[in-house]
Design a protein around this ligand. Sequence first.
Ligand code: AMP
Length: 303
Amino acid sequence: MSILVVGSVALDTVETPFGRVEEALGGSAVYFSLAARLYAPVRLVAVVGEDFPAEHVALLHQHGVDVAGLERAAGPTFRWSGRYDFDLNSAETLDTQLNVFASFHPKMPPAYGDSEFLFMANIDPDLQREVLQQVPDTKLRALDSLKFWITIKPELLASAMSLVDIVLMNEAEARQFAGTHSLLRAARRILELGPRALIVKKGEYGAVLFSEYGYFVAPAYPLEDVRDPTGAGDSFAGGFLGFLARAGEITPRTLKQAIIHGSVVASFTVEDFSVERLRRVSWDEVRQRYEEFHHFTAFDAIV
Ligand code: AMP
């Protein structure tokens, strides 16, 4: 099953205690695509400016990502700059230059009309609604968001959430959106809007799934060296939805497996800056880490 992703394609300048990159390939749609392509065909809808290096487009293409929906507009590419200190769980945004992203309106190439899965990354909730109108026949729709949209467009975001099957948010965002410190209560309020499942991402502490089938929790893969957490959330989403697209069905079992796949793929992303590690990861490496997850999370029932 093919997955359509709409999100940002960016040039990121990132500083962590372990190094710095300038104007490196980034953006939510890029991390998502390079993760999800390990599982299923991916189609990308996004915008870049005239200054966007052709080699980045070539990289996506070489990794099997369909870039027919990558629009090149007049003006500079979206740029994001962030810094992490030793607590790698939250980025401090230093600068956001929307550039061509400011006037972006997603346009689906006609060939994308039969996409079965849809992921709308951290874009304006108004644009998320535009996307939903353009691809009404998708079988599974998911969205992610950002603190920024939760703060300035909470009602529109709530309305976009009511139209999707799966919502992904990080812990602080879920609490802020629902206006409660209790994650359980926050999850209940979000599920009451309509989605079948909510994934709350907890950075190095893993991820939690709340759904009609109950509660499931997965730790993050224990890594000795995390160099750059940028893109962890989007690659988690790529592994999660990629696996579901490959499995072809949403059941309590596949949802749990998908959470582990999300955690596995995100663990590769954070091992290096930008997409350096993610672009090189192989299916065998994914499989091996998945097996390790199985061993370190399995325990016997009480006797
Ligand atoms: P993550 O670390 O998975 O939450 O996402 C990081 C990516 O989000 C970076 O590569 C940024 O380019 C991108 N990003 C940051 N701010 C925004 C924004 N306002 N809109 C869209 N994408 C953004």
